[in-house]
Design a protein around this ligand. Structure first.
Ligand SMILES: NC(=O)c1ccc[n+]([C@@H]2O[C@H](COP(=O)([O-])OP(=O)(O)OC[C@H]3O[C@@H](n4cnc5c(N)ncnc54)[C@H](O)[C@@H]3O)[C@@H](O)[C@H]2O)c1
Length: 375
C-alpha cells in the first residue's frame, strides 16, 4: 500500500455529543480512510463513554489535548470542543504540525473569526477544514446542481423558516450548560444558525447586505431565541430567513426553504430522516427527489478532508467559507442593534463550490443513503 493510501491517524479532541452522534457514525464506516489513534477529553465520564463505543483503547486517552498533540502517531485531529475553546485548540494543533478538521463556528465573534482566517496563511502547508456539513449534504448539493442547470430560471426570492421548541433535554445539544449560558455572540444563532446560512449561500450565492431583528423569548437560554433577517444577494435576488427557538411547544411547521425563480420553484423540506427536494415547474408539473439514510454531510466532509491530506488540493469547507457564513449572523446582530441595514464585506472566497466525491462521475458516488425520484 502506498504511504499516502494508508488510513489517516486521527486524534479526536473533545468526545461529546457531536462526536458520538455525528462524527463517530461516519468515521466507523470509513476504516480505509481513518484510524483513531488517540483522544483527548478532560471529563472521565465522557472519556469512558467514548472508549466503550469506539473501542479505542483507554491507554490512548489524554486529559490534556497538548499531550495528544505531542504524539507522533497522530497525523490529523478532529477538534470538537465547546465553541469558546475551538480557536485556542485549533491553533495548538496546527502549531504542532497536525492537519486540522475543526468544528464550526470560526470562533466566538468577529475578532476570533479574523484570527481563524490568519491561521490559514500562517499554516498554509496543513490541511484545514472547518466543519460545515451542510456543504456536503446530498439534498442541498442536488438542489444546487438543479439551480446550476437552470431548473428554476433566474432566482428572485428565497424564503426559509426554522421554528421549533428548544428546551434542555437529556442527551440533546440544548442540555449542554455552555449552550445555555453562551460565551459567544448570538448564542444559538451562531451555533446552529451558521448551518442554515451555509445552505442559503450554497443555493443563493453571496449576500451584499443584511437587515436583522432579534427577540429574547426563551428563558432557558441566555441569548436571543428569535432571529429574522432580510438579505439582498449579489445576484439581485432577495431573501428572508427566520429562526425561532421557542420555549413553549409550537405547532408542526413545514420549516422548509423555498426558492422562487422565473421558471419554477424549488422546495427543500423534510426532517433529517427523509430530506425532500421538490421542483415545481411553471407548467405545474413536479419532480421530487427523496433522500433517506443520508448522514447530513458528515461522511462527505470527512472524505473531502482525507482526500485533501492524501492527494492535495483544496477543501470546500475552508476557514474563509465558514467566516463568511458567520459574518452574516454577526451582521444581522449588528443590524438589530443599530436598527439599520448592514453592508456585508465581499466574501474572501466568492460563492460556495459544489463538492463532488473525488474520482466519481456522479454527485452521490460512494455516499451513504438512498435517493428516489417521483415525477
Ligand atoms: N456540525 C454540526 O452539526 C455540529 C453539531 C453539534 C455540535 N457541533 C460543534 O461541535 C462542538 C462540540 O459540541 P458538542 O455538542 O459535542 O458539545 P459537548 O459539550 O457535548 O462536547 C464537548 C466535549 O469537549 C470536551 N472538552 C472540554 N474542554 C476540552 C479540552 N480542553 N480538551 C478536550 N476536550 C474538551 C467536553 O468535556 C465535552 O465532552 C462545538 O464546537 C459545536 O459547535 C457541530
Amino acid at each position: 500500500m502506498a504511504v499516502n493510501e494508508a488510513p489517516l491517524r486521527l486524534g479526536v479532541i473533545g468526545t461529546g455529543l457531536a462526536v458520538e452522534q455525528l462524527h463517530w457514525p461516519a468515521l466507523r464506516r470509513m476504516p480505509d480512510r481513518f484510524v483513531v489513534t488517540a483522544f483527548a477529553e478532560p471529563s472521565p465520564e465522557q472519556a469512558a463513554r467514548f472508549a466503550a463505543y469506539s473501542e479505542v483503547d483507554r491507554s490512548r486517552h489524554h486529559t490534556d489535548h497538548r499531550e495528544l498533540l505531542a504524539r507522533d502517531d497522530v497525523d490529523a485531529v478532529l477538534v470538537s470542543v465547546p465553541i469558546p475553546l475551538l480557536y485556542g485548540i485549533a491553533r495548538d494543533a496546527l502549531a504542532a504540525g497536525k492537519h486540522l478538521l475543526c468544528e464550526k463556528p470560526t470562533g466566538t465573534d468577529e475578532e476570533q473569526a479574523r484570527a481563524f482566517l490568519a491561521l490559514e496563511d500562517e499554516f498554509a502547508d496543513r490541511v484545514v477544514l472547518v466543519g460545515e456539513n451542510y456543504f456536503y449534504r446530498d439534498d442541498i448539493r442536488h438542489a444546487r446542481a438543479l439551480l446550476d442547470d437552470g431548473a428554476i430560471g433566474k432566482l428572485h426570492l428565497m424564503a426559509y423558516r426554522r421554528a421549533g421548541q428548544s428546551v434542555p433535554r437529556e442527551g440533546g445539544f440544548s442540555s449542554t450548560p455552555w449552550r445555555q449560558r453562551p460565551q459567544y455572540r448570538g448564542g444559538v444563532h451562531l451555533d446552529a444558525g451558521v448551518h442554515d446560512i451555509a445552505q442559503i449561500r450554497m443555493l443563493c450565492g453571496d449576500a451584499l447586505g443584511v437587515h436583522g431583528g432579534v427577540q429574547w423569548a426563551n428563558s432557558t437560554i441566555d441569548s436571543p431565541s428569535d432571529l429574522t433577517l432580510n438579505l439582498t444577494f449579489a445576484s439581485g435576488a432577495i431573501g428572508n430567513y427566520t429562526a425561532c427557538y421557542s420555549e413553549i411547544p409550537v405547532p408542526a411547521e413545514p420549516n422548509d426553504m423555498r426558492l422562487y425563480g422565473s421558471e419554477g420553484v424549488l422546495v427543500l423540506s423534510g426532517p433529517e430522516a427523509q430530506r425532500r427536494v421538490t421542483l415545481v415547474r411553471a407548467d405545474g408539473s413536479t419532480r421530487t427527489d427523496v433522500f433517506t439514510g443520508i448522514d447530513n454531510g458528515y461522511y462527505g466532509e470527512l472524505c473531502d478532508f482525507s482526500d485533501a491530506v492524501r492527494h492535495g488540493g483544496n477543501v470546500v469547507g475552508t476557514v474563509a467559507q465558514s467566516v463568511t457564513n458567520m459574518r452574516i449572523v454577526l451582521g444581522a446582530l449588528d443590524s438589530a442593534e443599530r436598527g439599520a441595514v448592514v453592508d456585508l464585506d465581499p466574501a474572501d472566497e466568492p460563492g460556495v463550490p459544489l463538492w463532488r466525491p473525488r474520482g466519481g462521475t456522479g454527485l452521490f458516488d460512494g455516499m451513504p443513503g438512498v435517493r428516489t425520484s417521483e415525477e
